[in-house]
Design a protein around this ligand. Structure first.
Ligand SMILES: [Zn+2]
Length: 67
């Protein structure tokens, strides 16, 4: 995804303007509020399952230590 004005790479779809030239980005570059909510909830659930995975790994390594 590149800025249509200066062709700089746009890293954040949350930004309303190009970080390089300050040109307003077209609306299709941006997430809608609904999309943002979906993405944020997905990130949250990913983080939660990552913590669960780490907890399981800790449990397994504890078990191995005493086996
Ligand atoms: Zn630009």
């Amino acid at each position: 995804m590149n800025c249509p004005a200066c062709d700089a790479v746009v890293y954040s779809r949350r930004s309303e303007k190009c970080g390089v030239c300050g040109e307003a980005l077209p609306s299709e570059f941006l997430f809608t509020e609904e999309q943002r909510a979906i993405i944020e909830s997905e990130i949250e659930s990913m983080e939660r399952s990552h913590h669960e995975f780490e907890a399981k790994m800790d449990a397994i390594s504890d078990h191995d230590r005493f086996a």
